[in-house]
Design a protein around this ligand. Structure first.
Ligand code: ZN
Length: 286
């Protein structure tokens, strides 16, 4: 099943008088959405007890929860102490997956820093190979997915090709295709259906059908400049894109079961609802 939901709480959630994420599952259910992404972007500032309570509430309303790991993760930082921290952020993320009954941990692979892109990626990949084996040997990848994300800025690790190559290191890795990021990084590359199609073709070639079918998706419109991403927008933007319509057709034609999280700048629930409607009407037209 294709699922849609917001990343974090929308402006309208607060306008409706709510303040806490534990109130979000009921609200999201009433919006006829299916998913919610909880962000630990600024760190794991949540007690285990609260995390479990939030998880239970999402389960009660049958809203699937995914978690976004801290933005500080950087597999390309050559400093070994920083690499230990990166590994710790992933391990803690896995702990929170279990506490909250979630299955997917989304994270940003890293940034080139002062290294050449080739060196930074080579380091990232060798660390993925080492660390994913370590986690797998400990049984920590059972029943979960780690989801490295395609990134919006030129200096970041995370082109489509790089993310797919990283996902080849372990079968518990599935890509997060952030189409706003891809479009921003490539200065407006996602216009036609074929532009999206190529990404799914490549994913199938590198990771096979099964993992392509369940890929994680972030979708929002993003303003960009020379170096890529500048800021997230709402769907009322008509300048930067990308548009969801071509993707809706592909999902239907290929029968994909993507999880689609909307990261709009404040209207994420409304824009997720919009995408769900576009997807459903594309399905009628098959
Ligand atoms: Zn992200």
């Amino acid at each position: 099943m294709v699922k849609f939901g917001p990343s974090g709480n929308s402006e309208s959630f607060f306008e409706d008088g709510f303040t806490k994420t534990i109130e979000a599952p009921k609200w999201v259910k009433e919006k006829d959405l299916d998913l919610f992404e909880y962000s630990f972007g600024k760190g794991y500032v949540l007690s285990s007890e609260t995390a479990s309570l939030i998880g239970e509430e999402f389960k009660k309303y049958d809203i699937e929860l995914s978690l976004h790991a801290p933005y500080f993760i950087n597999f390309a930082n050559p400093d070994s102490e920083m690499y230990e921290k990166t590994k710790g952020y992933i391990r803690t993320g896995i702990k929170f997956l279990h506490l909250m009954g979630a299955q997917r941990l989304i994270f940003h692979p890293g940034s080139c820093g002062k290294m050449s892109r080739e060196d930074a990626f080579a380091l990232t990949k060798s660390r993925f190979e080492e660390f994913m084996k370590e986690l797998d040997d400990e049984g920590l990848l059972d029943g979960i997915y780690l989801c490295p994300e395609t990134m919006g800025k030129q200096m970041q690790i995370g082109t489509v090709e790089e993310v797919l190559e990283l996902c080849q290191t372990n079968e518990h890795l599935i890509p997060t295709f952030d189409f706003g990021h891809i479009n921003a990084r490539e200065n407006g590359s996602l216009k036609t259906k074929n532009d999206f199609e190529k990404i799914f073709d490549l994913c199938e070639e590198k990771l096979g059908k099964a993992r392509t079918d369940i890929a994680h998706v972030h979708f929002s419109k993003i303003e960009y400049g020379q170096k890529g991403e500048i800021r997230h927008l709402n769907f009322d933007d008509n300048l930067y894109g990308p548009n969801f319509e071509p993707l809706a057709e592909i999902i239907n034609e290929r029968g994909l079961n993507l999880h689609i999280i909307c990261e709009s700048a404040g209207h994420q629930a409304e824009d997720a609802q919009f995408m769900k409607k576009v997807y459903e009407s594309a399905r009628q037209n098959l």
